[in-house]
Design a protein around this ligand. Structure first.
Ligand SMILES: C[S@@+](CC[C@H](N)C(=O)[O-])C[C@H]1O[C@@H](n2cnc3c(N)ncnc32)[C@H](O)[C@@H]1O
Ligand SMILES: Nc1nc2[nH]cc(C(=O)O)c2c(=O)[nH]1
Ligand code: SF4
Ligand SMILES: [Mg+2]
Length: 223
């Protein structure tokens, strides 16, 4: 049986993306190939970060015992975990579960877009220039995105907002999938994003603030 290194697991409201505001079971995997300069979860990015090993069955049992149907697979970068495909297939074979995978845009999703069932939704970050990681983006992830997936831009400043517009347009994103814009927490005021959206007539783009950081201390783990 495959094992996965889990940095933390918890139940909370999802603070981000499609299921924001709904309960979700969080599974945070250890390790990441990027180091975004704003990352709020750097502690889980190093492969040597502490974590407990769990099998697919143990992860599935934890989810089912919670009674919560939404699952958020995150990290670190979950799509780099060994045997991640087996874990995603195992969880998605239960059609009562709705699984969201938070991924950084720097790992090719081409085969997953083809093979993953509809109850798995990818939230794919486009790492804007302000993150320092834009060079790592895999263009096919945005060109080939499916309609039950989301592209998310986490912006630091006006330059990032301009880049977001360019990427939305060149990939026709608002016609293909959900599009979210989020603030790098504490780095840009949300009203600046709204004013930009009004000025640029940004229909079909949704502002999303990290709800959990308004409910709890923004540095608190496990919420
Ligand atoms: C911690 S990452 C883990 C998943 C994956 N590595 C990724 O980057 O999408 C989960 C989400 O948190 C966002 N995030 C991380 N630090 C943030 C911050 N300081 N402010 C706002 N969003 C942040 C990321 O952009 C990503 O959308
Ligand atoms: N409440 C809560 N919602 C979240 N949605 C995505 C998260 C993440 O870290 O990927 C996250 C998180 O860390 N906490
Ligand atoms: S890709 Fe995600 S987990 Fe990795 S450094 Fe960036 S925000 Fe953090
Ligand atoms: Mg988080």
């Amino acid at each position: 049986m495959n094992k996965y290194k889990i940095a933390e697991k918890f139940i909370s409201i999802n603070g981000e993306a499609r299921k924001a505001g709904e309960l979700s079971v969080f599974i945070r995997l250890v390790g990441c190939n990027l180091r975004c300069n704003y990352c709020d979860t750097l502690w889980a990015c190093d492969n040597s970060a502490p974590g407990g090993m769990m099998t697919e069955d143990e992860i599935y049992d934890y989810i089912k015992k919670s009674g919560v149907k939404n699952v958020t697979i995150t990290g670190g970068e979950p799509m780099l975990a060994d045997n991640i495909k087996a874990l995603l297939l195992r969880l998605s074979s239960d059609k009562d579960l709705s699984i969201e995978v938070e991924t950084n845009g720097a790992v090719s999703l081409t085969e997953y877009y083809k093979e993953m069932p509809a109850n798995i939704s990818f939230t794919v970050d486009y790492k804007c220039p302000g993150s320092g990681m834009e060079k790592a983006m895999v263009p096919e992830n945005f060109a080939n995105i499916r309609n039950n997936d989301t592209v998310k831009f986490v912006v630091s400043d006006k330059n990032d907002l301009d880049k977001m517009c360019e990427i939305i347009e060149t990939n026709n994103l608002t016609e293909k999938c959900m599009v979210y814009v989020s603030a790098v927490f504490g780095r840009i005021k949300p009203d600046e994003i709204v004013n930009y959206m009004i000025e640029h007539k940004m229909n079909d783009v949704r502002l999303q603030l990290q709800i959990h950081k308004y409910i709890w201390d923004p540095d608190k783990k496990g919420v």
